[in-house]
Design a protein around this ligand. Structure first.
Ligand SMILES: [Zn+2]
Ligand SMILES: [Zn+2]
Length: 374
């Protein structure tokens, strides 16, 4: 990854005055601030501009940069010439600790806040029809007293003297191969590059406070178990003026004792009596949209499926609605009165042992063939 020249980043000449640099920075930082500019690379651009300004606005850093460019070993950037390799006594940079081969992370660059997740349990019907509700979520928000700086109003955080604002310090170690320099997070400022002398009393210097927030959530009809809804910008506060994270509401949908759901379709089993199945009947079926009359034709077998069009679940994106599938189960009576028993015996006599005709015919002929093979 090659780093752009700082003068090029700010669009100024090499010999530009401090004023010119400041003006260029003001203009560009406004243009690319991630709160204003929603382009995908705006945050990176903004970071680059900030970094360039930090160097070019500081006489000492600028002089250093003019002399060494981006390869200044004291900045820990990759691409430094190792010269005599392990034989010499050059500083060997441990590339495993920060900054190796790439760019150093600016501790003060704006970063997006963390995303939050909230699990919500819905009844079967709530998932089908959707609902609007308020939820309470605990989240970190920018402290209103200090506007996120962590410093007492009227004071400002100061640049950390130990790491000079970089958030990292070099730890030197002498080894038989030469001096090894490790970069470590500065523990004086915890890597922020800043020290707060007078801490804000509201947040104790953190710049953030935990708050419980009420958030209105609109759950679309047709949401399903395991699906999630993104509520943009309702996550934790951004860092260094970055945008907030998002809130993800994950749904858990309770089962229903009668209906079963598969996507946009509903399945249910409807018990019918033997006489309803044999003689046919209009059977009332419960659906999510109210009762519906289903015509069960005479001679219906157990396990026969019927479809009630449009009685299923609405598509979560608003594209149509599913169906309800009804599977009928013919229930064999277990408790019979004497009169019922008598009538069934008569019915059996009239039917003969093996019924014939109707859809059951082929099934019984298979049974007959099985007996023959005995
Ligand atoms: Zn505060
Ligand atoms: Zn520090």
């Amino acid at each position: 990854m090659s780093k752009r020249d700082y003068y090029e980043v700010l669009g100024v000449a090499k010999g530009a005055s401090k004023d010119e640099i400041k003006k260029a920075y003001r203009k560009l930082s406004k243009q690319y601030h991630p709160d204003i500019n929603k382009a995908e690379d705006a945050a990176d651009k903004f970071k680059e501009i900030k970094e360039a300004y930090e160097v070019l606005s500081d006489d000492q850093k600028r002089a250093h940069y003019d002399q060494f460019g981006h390869t200044d070993p004291n900045q820990g950037f990759g691409g430094a010439d190792f010269g005599g390799g392990f034989g010499g006594f050059e500083d060997i940079f441990n590339t495993f600790f920060g900054g190796g081969g790439g760019r150093r992370r600016d501790p003060n660059a704006p970063r997006q806040g963390a995303d939050l997740q909230y699990t919500m349990t819905l009844t079967f019907e709530e998932a089908v029809f959707g609902k609007e509700t308020d939820i309470q979520i605990p989240r970190e928000e920018e402290c209103e007293t200090c506007h996120g700086s962590g410093a007492k109003p009227g004071t400002n955080p100061e640049t950390c003297q130990h790491c000079h604002g970089s958030g990292q310090i070099n730890v030197e170690q002498n080894t038989p191969f030469g001096r090894i320099v490790n970069r470590r997070t500065c523990h004086h400022c915890n890597g922020t590059g800043k020290q707060i002398k007078h801490k804000c009393s509201t947040c104790g210097g953190a710049g953030k406070v935990k708050k419980r927030r009420k958030i209105h959530v609109k759950i679309p009809a047709g949401i399903d178990d395991g699906q999630q809804l993104r509520v943009s910008g309702q996550g934790e506060a951004g860092i260094n003026g970055g945008p907030p994270g998002d809130l993800y509401v994950v749904f858990h949908v309770r089962e229903h004792e009668f209906f079963e759901r598969d996507g946009e379709d509903i399945y249910c089993e409807m018990p019918i009596t033997f006489s309803q199945a044999a003689l046919g009947d209009d059977v009332e079926i419960p659906t999510l949209h109210g009762k519906v009359k289903l015509k069960v034709p005479a001679g219906t077998q157990t396990g026969t499926k019927f479809r009630l069009k449009g009685k299923g679940v609405p598509n979560v994106r608003g594209y149509g609605i599913g169906d309800q599938h009804v599977i009928v189960r013919v229930i064999t009576p277990t408790k019979l009165s004497d009169k019922q028993k008598q009538l069934l015996r008569e019915f059996a006599e009239a039917s003969g042992k093996i019924p014939s005709g109707g859809p059951e015919d082929s099934f019984f002929s298979k049974v007959k063939r099985a007996f023959k093979g005995d």
